[in-house]
Design a protein around this ligand. Structure first.
Ligand SMILES: [Zn+2]
Ligand SMILES: [Zn+2]
Length: 267
């Protein structure tokens, strides 16, 4: 807008108020991660640069759990496995993740957990669908199942963040979504910070398949937001296997760079 003489003659305060009013109409909210002004037209409250900047899981990973193995020597004809998977630690067949659980994605996942930002969950679901399609041979599934929250926790939060991801993913993959196939029968302990040993103990036997649900011979795609120790995915997979599931593969938005095990004595 060209400045005309009458505008210049108006009091400075009036001009400032007018400018602020215009700004709030024309300029969208800032990116929730970096504060830059959003310039895309979607409802995702994160800018393109931040979405592009999440640390992707590298190519060289454990075939079973998906842990990055940057220094492992590859031997022709042998599967690349981390030490935990060589000991057959997990009950799932495969786990894959979009990004490493570090830097900005940690905050993005907190947003999913507490604010129910569906456009962001959909964006992550698209990335997971791409991983599924790229790895079709090893991730093949018949149904999509979210890692459940305990009933009390879901009531308190109003939704399950894993389901925020699993529903759009099921739609993208044209697979049936089974939101109530698994139930968490024992809540997470109230203690805020759990040691590794406590985390494994907290989920052991904490999940069951809903009585009467058809699991026999089913290939299940399990969804969660984050894989840290792998204990939760393991406990869910055990419950599904006990009910007769043919295979369980897991997808998470992010994963820890390492799989700390209770035997390692870390906390
Ligand atoms: Zn940003
Ligand atoms: Zn592994």
């Amino acid at each position: 807008m060209a400045e005309s003489a009458p505008f210049r003659s108006l009091p400075t305060r009036w001009l400032a108020e007018a400018r602020d009013a215009l700004t709030s109409i024309l300029i969208p909210a800032p990116c929730r991660l970096c504060g830059a002004l959003l310039n895309h037209s979607s409802r995702i409250p994160v800018c393109e640069a931040c979405l592009d900047g999440f640390s992707r899981v590298p190519e060289k990973i454990c075939v079973t759990c998906g842990m990055p193995l940057p220094d492992a020597a590859e031997i022709a004809g042998e599967m690349l496995l981390c030490s935990a998977c060589r000991l057959e630690t997990y009950a799932f067949d495969r786990a894959r993740s979009y990004a490493l659980y570090e830097n900005e994605i940690v905050r993005a996942i907190v947003m999913l957990k507490f604010e129910r930002i569906e456009p962001l969950a959909k964006w992550f679901a698209k990335r997971l669908a791409e991983i599924y399609v790229r790895n079709g041979e090893i991730l093949g599934a018949d149904v999509v199942v979210p890692v459940p929250l305990h009933r009390d926790r879901e009531k308190e939060r109003g939704y399950n963040q894993a389901e925020l991801l699993s529903k759009p993913l099921a739609k993208l993959l044209r697979l049936p979504h089974r939101g109530v196939l698994l139930v968490r029968t024992r809540p997470r302990p109230a203690k805020l910070v759990l040691t590794l040993r406590e985390r494994w103990a907290a989920v052991r036997g904490a999940f069951e398949t809903r009585p009467g649900s058809q699991v026999d011979n089913l290939r299940v795609l399990l969804l969660d937001d984050v894989m840290t120790t792998g204990a939760t995915l393991d406990a869910c997979s055990k419950a599904l296997r006990d009910a007769g599931a043919k295979s369980v593969v897991a997808l998470t938005v992010a994963r820890a760079a390492h799989n700390p095990l209770p035997s390692a004595g870390e906390s």
